[in-house]
Design a protein around this ligand. Structure first.
Ligand code: NAI
Length: 799
């Protein structure tokens, strides 16, 4: 074929990347790799190895050590031993190590990119131009945070030893997302790479040696799910950070429930890719190519659900099919390849199975006429149309190059369809009308919204999910905070409840032998507070409430499952509270503070019967101050604008979480309640609060306070009763977005365990005692950070 003919046909010849250096690296190690523990290479304790393959041809690349519990034990011990010294280094010295790692990644970029492609099957164009540069960027960015740590976070401290488990879709990039912030904040690390793709993590361990990182600061233990499980269950690990399937995320939530390990989970997604009729369709199609065919669609934030406005559906589908015809699928080391190999046979079979299921659910399947390579695991780009929103291919993560297309008519319907998923990781909105795009972006329940762009990532911009896509963020300041705790919290003593006031004990266990108080004899019976109204409990029963010395003080309703359900429904209806302006919310909070001031005398008098006069007076005084504090924060705890190294801005919004169930502490019945409910309300959440089981009468004073303060009905609800029962209903309710649980160990553990099924985010005191009377610790950013979740909206600029 002549050059002129080639120019017309646009045929490419093969353009393979040179793999010599990577092959030499494999050979130099005899194609057998050990574990990196305490700065040295070790054989696995059980002497077992498994093979890692090149998925584009099925050939074995090398034997990898299968770490077991003994290896994990050795690695955790090394990380623990290295921890004090690493944490004690000056920020500048730690910054220099991170900087050195960034430089070394750049220096070895070619080896890393080629090995990544060989081990994972992704096109070299992607590993070379996206994965590895982002890895370097992550270390540079976090070298910066390491340098600034003491200035910016003087009150924080590293978690300690961190266990990190990563998937196979972006092996080195996920390592960087995990290790860079952990090291920058002074943690030491045990990381387990995915079994399909361990090679670049092994090179990274060598880079740690080259950078002369102190032994034990980074440990790499290769292995399969059982190795990960050993790490998760190790008692001396302070935090687990996981990226992978929702199923394993759920198992990890369950396995860590009874421990005090901090947990961040980055799980699956079924991200909507919304195209409005006024979008630049050609750009949107290019975005879509990136959204679903990047990395063979094996991307947690892949735009796998195409939602297109009905009026353009036909034109758009034709354009998509045309573009799909030009996608090149083949050996991933070829520089002109768009779609490489699927990571492993099991993943390929999973994709095949799900597509077959989608077709039998009624979807129409279209694939371009491509010849797949004879060897290796390949799957053609696939377009499924006529997909019903309830079909498995519209609901479940396929993790392959498969797009499920649906239509919508109005922006409102687009939002409904977009949010019709248990996930909430990412989304794309394409429209030339910025008003429509941002309006829709605000309503999508996802951690990232890309407006007129797709799959942009930067170390400065947090990434992470809503709902079953997990909790916690990676990147940005919010990602950094996942690896630190306030010093006071880290060193807070264990919560000890007086013997006669066991945390969350059934009220009938209290000592009732003392006679009831003679005077006043007026029966004090409080009610539940649901949807802005006082309500009788569904059960019709109430519990006696007694003072610590056994006097009968009154009765509080025994709320049950039905009452919680009613409260959740009311809270959902009050979602408009989140949309009220911050100024308006602040006014309501100030008014609430004023009203507490007006009732100061009577509330102190009543509360004194439970906690004594001195504490009652302090609780009310500080309660007023706390309400004023959060009224002040309401219009100040706002987001940020990032300037990533693209022609984009990323708007980081502090969004409310939604409806939050709050289990209030016993220690300060009024002040504890206000300290938890107020930051949530200030940030626009709706609240279902369960007051202290021992002192529930406070509910009566509180609802009068809320009633007279202009909170919309349902913004705050109060259900009294047995904490263990109410907590269970709250935790298992799919319409409750988060649980805040402040109690002793057993209550905290059950909050986490009960929230495993729907992967609810749970924030607790980890069984530690909180001094609610100490202004420096019991209010402020720590609470506000947990009352919000960051959504990053990316907006491009320029023509
Ligand atoms: P996976 O969740 O099993 O693997 C992720 C990591 O977790 C690996 O390092 C694995 O060894 C480890 N692991 C497995 N079981 C564990 C356990 N019980 N405790 C601790 N660690 C454990 O993902 P898998 O099986 O490789 O892929 C299955 C599906 O998961 C994919 O088809 C895809 O839908 C989804 N997935 C999602 C990812 C994401 O980034 N959201 C990444 C990888 C997979």
């Amino acid at each position: 074929m002549s050059i002129a003919e080639k120019f017309v046909s646009m045929e490419y010849g093969p353009a393979p990347e040179d793999s010599k250096e990577a092959v030499a690296w494999l050979d130099r190690h005899g194609r057998r790799f050990g574990l990196f523990i305490d700065g040295a290479w070790q054989s696995p304790a059980a002497g077992e190895y498994f093979e890692t393959l090149d998925p584009s041809n099925g050939e074995t690349l090398g034997s990898i050590a299968q770490g077991n519990a003994a290896d994990v034990e050795a690695a955790v011990r090394a990380a623990r031993a290295a921890s004090p010294k690493w944490r004690g280094l000056t920020p500048h010295v730690r910054a220099r190590y991170l900087y050195a790692l960034a430089r070394l990644v750049q220096k070895h970029a070619r080896l890393l990119a080629v090995l990544e492609t060989m081990d994972n099957g992704k096109p070299i164009r992607e590993s070379r131009d996206i994965d590895i540069p982002l890895v370097a960027r992550h270390f540079y960015y976090h070298a910066g945070w390491a340098q600034l740590l003491d200035q910016e976070f003087p009150e924080h401290e590293a978690c300690g030893v961190v266990g990190q488990i990563i998937p196979w879709n972006f092996p080195l990039l996920m390592l960087a997302w995990k290790i860079a912030p952990a090291l920058a904040t002074g943690n030491t690390v045990v990381l387990k790479p995915a079994e399909f793709t361990p090679l670049t993590a092994i090179v990274f361990a060598e880079l740690c040696q080259e950078a002369e990182l102190p032994a034990g600061v980074v440990n790499i233990v290769t292995g399969d799910g059982s190795t990960g499980e050993a790490l998760v269950k190790h008692p001396d690990v302070d935090k687990i950070a996981f990226t992978g399937s929702t199923e394993v995320g759920r198992a990890i939530r369950g396995a860590t429930a009874t421990s005090h390990k901090r947990l961040s989970l980055e799980l699956g997604g079924k991200s909507p890719f919304i195209i409005f009729e006024d979008a630049d369709l050609d750009s949107a199609v290019e975005g879509l190519v990136d959204g679903i065919w990047f990395n063979q669609g094996q991307v947690c934030c892949a735009g796998s659900r195409l939602l297109m406005q009905e009026s353009i559906a036909e034109t758009l589908m034709a354009k998509i099919r045309d573009r799909m015809n030009t996608l090149r699928i083949g050996p991933p080391l070829d520089k002109a390849i768009d779609i490489g190999a699927i990571v492993a046979r099991v993943q390929l079979e999973r994709i095949q199975r799900m597509v077959a299921q989608g077709i039998s659910d009624g979807a129409t399947c279209w694939q371009p006429q491509v010849t797949l390579p004879e060897r290796g695991f390949f799957y053609p780009p696939t377009l499924l149309s006529n997909v019903h929103p309830t079909s498995i291919v519209a609901q479940q993560e396929i993790f392959g190059p498969v797009l499920a297309a649906m239509t919508f008519r109005t922006p409102r319907e687009a939002v409904e369809l977009a949010n019709n998923t248990v996930y909430g990781l990412a989304s794309c909105v394409w429209s030339e009308n910025i008003n429509v795009a941002l309006h829709v972006a605000a309503q999508i329940k996802a951690g990232v919204v890309w407006v007129n762009c797709t799959n942009l990532f930067d170390a400065a911009c947090g990434f992470g999910g809503y709902r079953e896509s997990g909790f916690g963020r990676e990147g940005g300041k919010e990602g950094l905070l996942e690896y630190m705790e306030p010093k006071w919290f880290k060193h807070a003593p264990k919560l000890v409840t007086p013997a006669n006031l066991p945390d969350a004990a059934p009220a009938e266990q209290l000592d009732t032998s003392k006679p009831a108080l003679d005077s006043p004899a007026i029966d004090r019976t409080v009610k539940l507070y649901i949807g802005g109204k006082q309500a009788r409990p569904d059960s019709g029963y109430s519990m006696e409430v007694r003072s610590p010395d056994g006097r009968l003080l009154g009765e509080a309703p025994l709320g049950n499952r039905k009452d919680i359900r009613n409260a959740v429904e009311a809270a959902r209806k009050a979602e408009g509270w989140a949309k009220a302006t911050a100024h308006n919310r602040a006014q309501v909070l100030y008014y609430c503070g004023e009203n507490l001031e007006l009732r100061r005398g009577e509330i102190v008098r009543r509360l004194a019967e439970s906690v004594g006069e001195k504490q009652a007076a302090a609780e009310v005084e500080l309660g007023i101050q706390r309400i004023f504090s959060y009224a002040a924060w309401t219009d100040k705890f706002d987001g940020a604008v990032h300037n990533p190294p693209f022609r984009n801005i990323s708007i980081a919004m502090n969004e409310s979480i939604g409806t939050v169930g709050v289990i209030c502490p016993t220690q300060a019945p009024l002040l504890g309640f206000l300290s938890l409910a107020m930051p949530l309300l200030a940030m626009g959440n709706t609240v279902i609060a369960v007051p202290s089981e021992q002192y529930p009468l406070i509910a009566g004073d509180l609802y009068q306070l809320f009633d007279t303060s202009d909170f919309p009905g349902g913004a705050v609800n109060i259900v009294t009763g047995y904490v263990s029962q109410l907590l269970k209903t709250l935790a298992e309710h799919d319409d409750v977005d988060a649980i805040w649980c402040y109690g002793a160990d057993a209550t905290v553990a059950s909050a986490k365990a009960m929230s495993t099924g729907n992967l609810k985010q749970v924030w607790t005191n980890e069984g530690r005692a909180i001094d609610w009377f100490d202004l420096k610790i019991a209010e402020g950013r720590w609470f506000l950070e947990h009352a919000t979740q960051v959504k990053n909206i990316w907006v491009p600029y320029g023509e």
